[in-house]
Design a protein around this ligand. Structure first.
Ligand code: FES
Length: 347
C-alpha cells in the first residue's frame, strides 16, 4: 500500500521566536507517530494552510524550513512579512504557542545531494531560511568548506545574523561569512558576485532570494562558467490551486488512448493503465494512491519523480533545469505519457 505522506496533518506550534521586527520563526512539535511523515532533508519546505478571514478564503503558502534535521528535533519555518501578503501577515500577526496549523509534509528538491560537498551559498533577505538549514547540517554532518554571501537591506533586517556569526567563529576553517548591507553598499553588484564565483568555480551553488537577485547570480554564474548542474535555485510561485483539497481524486479521462505505467513509491510497486490525457498525479489519485504533491501547478517540485524507462512530457515546468530533465527527473503533476510504457520511481 502506498504511504499517505502527502496528506495534511495538524501540528501544534510549540513556540514563536521574533527574529527581526518583521520576521518570526514558527516551531512545530511533531508527535512521535508522525516523525517518519515529517522527516526531511535540509533545504526543503512546508506548505501551511492559512485560515480565511471574513470573506477571505483559506490560502496555502510554502515556507522553507530554517531548522535542520541534524541539529534540531522540532521543525521551524521562518516567515517574513511581505507588503500586502495575506499569508505572511496573518502568520506574523496571529500565530502563537499552542496554535494548531494544518501542514503538508516536507517536500522540495533544493537540497544538497552530499553534505560533504564544498558549497557557495548566496542568500538575500528571507532567502536565508533554507540556506541556514543547509549550513547547519553541512557543518555538523559533513566536512566540506562553505562560503555564505548574505545580502540584506540594513543591519536591523538581518535574520539569523548572530547565529551565523557564531557558526563562522565555531568553524573558522570551514565557513566564510560575507555580509552585505544595501544601506552601506547598495545592491549586490555584478563585479562582486563575479569575483566570488570565479574564486570557487568547482563548488556546488545554492541561491535563494528575490527574483532579481537570483537572476543576477544565475547570469554571473553562467558567464563565469559554473557548470549548469552545480547551480541550484529555490523558486517559490504563489499557489493558485489548493493543495489541501484532498477531494481531487477523480478526474475523468476524455480519451481511450492509454499507456502502461509501472510506478515505484516508498518501495512498493504498482502496474496501472495511464490515460494519455491525465497527469501522473491525477492517474495515481484516481486509482486511490497517494503520490507526493503540493502546488499541482509545476511550481514547487514536491512531486518530482524519475523516469526509469519510456518518456513523459511536462505541460508546465518552473522548477527543473536541463540537467535535471537529462537525468530523468519530471514533475508528476505536469507529466503526460509519450511512450506506450513508462516506468517511474518516486523518492
Ligand atoms: S506539485 Fe508542485 S510542481 Fe508538482
Amino acid at each position: 500500500m502506498f504511504s499517505k505522506k502527502n496528506m495534511p496533518c495538524e501540528l501544534t506550534v510549540s513556540r514563536v521566536v521574533q527574529e527581526t521586527q518583521d520576521a518570526v520563526s514558527i516551531w512545530f512539535e511533531v508527535p512521535e507517530h508522525q516523525w517518519a511523515t515529517f522527516s526531511y532533508t535540509p533545504g526543503q519546505f512546508l506548505t501551511l494552510r492559512i485560515p480565511g478571514s471574513g470573506e477571505r478564503e483559506p490560502v496555502a503558502r510554502c515556507y522553507s524550513l530554517s531548522s535542520s534535521p541534524h541539529t534540531e528535533d522540532e521543525l521551524a519555518v521562518t516567515v517574513k512579512r511581505t507588503a500586502g501578503g495575506y499569508g505572511s501577515n496573518w502568520l506574523c500577526d496571529n500565530i502563537a504557542t499552542g496554535t494548531i496549523v494544518s501542514v503538508l509534509p516536507p517536500s522540495g528538491h533544493f537540497t544538497p545531494q552530499d553534505l560533504n560537498s564544498d558549497m557557495v551559498l548566496l542568500a538575500a533577505g528571507s532567502g536565508i531560511t533554507p540556506i541556514i538549514s543547509i549550513i547547519k547540517s553541512a557543518l555538523l554532518e559533513g566536512d566540506g568548506h562553505l562560503v555564505l554571501f548574505y545580502a540584506n537591506q540594513d543591519a536591523e533586517s538581518v535574520i539569523f545574523g548572530e547565529d551565523l556569526r557564531y557558526m563562522a567563529k565555531q568553524f573558522p576553517e570551514r565557513l566564510i561569512l560575507i555580509e552585505w548591507l544595501e544601506s552601506e553598499r547598495g545592491l549586490p553588484d555584478r563585479e562582486t558576485l563575479s569575483e566570488l564565483c570565479s574564486a570557487y568555480k568547482n563548488r556546488m551553488y545554492f541561491v535563494c532570494g528575490p527574483a532579481a537577485f537570483m537572476d543576477l547570480v544565475g547570469d554571473v554564474a553562467h558567464h563565469v562558467g559554473i557548470p549548469h548542474g552545480n547551480l541550484h535555485r529555490e523558486i517559490f510561485q504563489s499557489l493558485r490551486s489548493d493543495p489541501f483539497d484532498t477531494e481531487i481524486g477523480v478526474k475523468q479521462s476524455m480519451t481511450t488512448e492509454q499507456a502502461r505505467l509501472v510506478v515505484y513509491l516508498d518501495g512498493d510497486r504498482a502496474e496501472l493503465q495511464w490515460p494519455k490525457d491525465l497527469t501522473l498525479v491525477e492517474v495515481l489519485l484516481n486509482e486511490g494512491f497517494s503520490p507526493p504533491y503540493s502546488c499541482r501547478e509545476g511550481g514547487c517540485g514536491a512531486c518530482v519523480c524519475k523516469v526509469i524507462d519510456g518518456d513523459i512530457q511536462m505541460r508546465v515546468n518552473d522548477v527543473l533545469d536541463e540537467d535535471d530533465i537529462e537525468e530523468g527527473d519530471r514533475l508528476a503533476c505536469q507529466s503526460l505519457p509519450i511512450t506506450d510504457t513508462v516506468i517511474v520511481t518516486f523518492g
